[in-house]
Design a protein around this ligand. Structure first.
Ligand code: SF4
Length: 367
């Protein structure tokens, strides 16, 4: 959303051309957007809109919905009309749904030319329809859907094979004068994925949609995405991201937003700084840190809270944060901006921190 930063502090952004996904700019120095995909039946308009609302609340900028059947395509106008964020239709195999999605007012369509029947014949009319409607497209392959010819030529979904496939599709579009598309070249292995995007990034100025496909359940998938997106974004590569997890989509959005926040690419929301605890700690730091994080879950202000187990690093770290506690002797010294404001008993640390955090957040809340 509005709290985005367009320059990475780590590396200048790769220069890409800009496309629009509805009102959200992608590429050309635009803030990096977070995407997710609903996992409801798209034809179930109520459930899909409910999920889109949850994703939006979690920080999602763009949402994609799958359109495998006629009922799903028929549901698009209603979803588009009520969605607070731009909707991308995700279409495989059936080109007629592409036209229907464009007519429905979708902000963009994701097509996989490799598996759209007779794409060489319908491709130009897809481009024309998109152009007339002023919408953008996403193309690109996943390792799993690389066409047979390239698979054999390169001996598998190697970075070179995936990029060759993407370039072939891009050429098809550009040959008919259509340039408003972004590209993804997803792979499930972070190293291959990074190599593939790097190679693609060197070949042209298309905006890039980053994804580690089939990344796995939340724990593994989060780590894979952090590794891969972290490497690429730190080099300035990537214009929009989608974390794919075998988990509720709202988890994908949370991970995506945090990746951007921790790379300095999106303004930080609530953040906790807590020590790992060690033999010196005089309180149960793990339990304390979890209780504070839990208690401040809903907070949107960019507040930093430090929870430290002893007075070795405690006061130092607590001073750096907006609010903090350094524990010792069954007590907690509560700091605000480096000044001790109160010393409380251990069992009152959590409630005291939460009270101050909410007070500080109220003075910060600009929304
Ligand atoms: Fe250990 Fe204290 Fe450092 Fe926490 S702050 S890890 S308790 S030395």
């Amino acid at each position: 959303g509005e709290a985005a930063i367009s320059e990475t502090p780590l590396h200048p952004r790769r220069v890409s051309r800009r496309i629009m996904v509805g009102p959200v700019p992608v590429g050309g120095g635009a803030p990096i957007s977070v995407q997710s995909m609903t996992n409801t039946k798209t034809a179930d308009v109520g459930a899909t809109l409910q999920q889109i609302a949850e994703l939006t609340a979690a920080g999602c900028d763009i949402v994609r919905v799958a359109v495998p059947n006629q009922e799903d395509a028929d549901a698009l106008p209603q979803i588009v009309a009520k969605s607070p964020i731009p909707v991308i239709a995700d279409i495989h195999f059936q080109s007629k749904y592409v036209f229907q999605a464009i007519d429905a007012g979708c902000a963009a369509v994701r097509v996989n030319p490799g598996n759209i029947r007779k794409f060489s014949e319908v491709g130009p009319s897809i481009c024309r329809a998109a152009e007339d409607a002023g919408i953008s497209l996403r193309i690109g392959v996943n390792a799993g859907s690389l066409d047979k010819e390239l698979y054999e030529q390169y001996g598998g979904p190697t970075p070179e094979a995936l990029v060759a496939s993407a370039l072939k599709e891009a050429r098809m579009f550009e040959d008919v004068g259509f340039r408003d598309f972004k590209i993804s070249v997803k792979h499930h292995d972070p190293v291959t994925m990074v190599e593939t995007y790097r190679l693609l990034a060197s070949k042209g100025d298309w905006p890039l949609h980053l994804g580690v496909t089939e990344a796995g359940p939340a724990w593994q998938g989060t780590i894979k995405s952090c590794v891969a997106f972290g490497a690429l974004l730190a080099e300035g590569i990537g214009d929009t991201i989608r974390v794919s997890l075998s988990a509720p989509p709202v988890e994908e959005v949370k991970v995506g937003c945090k990746i951007l926040e921790y790379l300095g690419l999106r303004e930080r929301k609530f953040d906790i700084i807590s020590c790992p605890s060690c033999g010196r700690s005089q309180v149960d730091v793990i339990q304390l840190a979890n209780a504070v994080t839990d208690g401040l879950k809903g907070i949107t202000a960019p507040i930093r809270v430090a929870v430290m187990g002893c007075i070795v690093n405690g006061p130092g770290e607590a001073r750096e944060a907006d609010l903090g506690v350094a524990s010792g002797n069954g007590k907690g010294q509560i700091f605000i901006k480096g000044k001790v404001v109160e010393t409380v008993k251990e069992d009152q640390i959590v409630e005291t921190l939460l009270r101050y955090a909410n007070e500080i957040a109220a003075t910060m809340d600009t929304s």
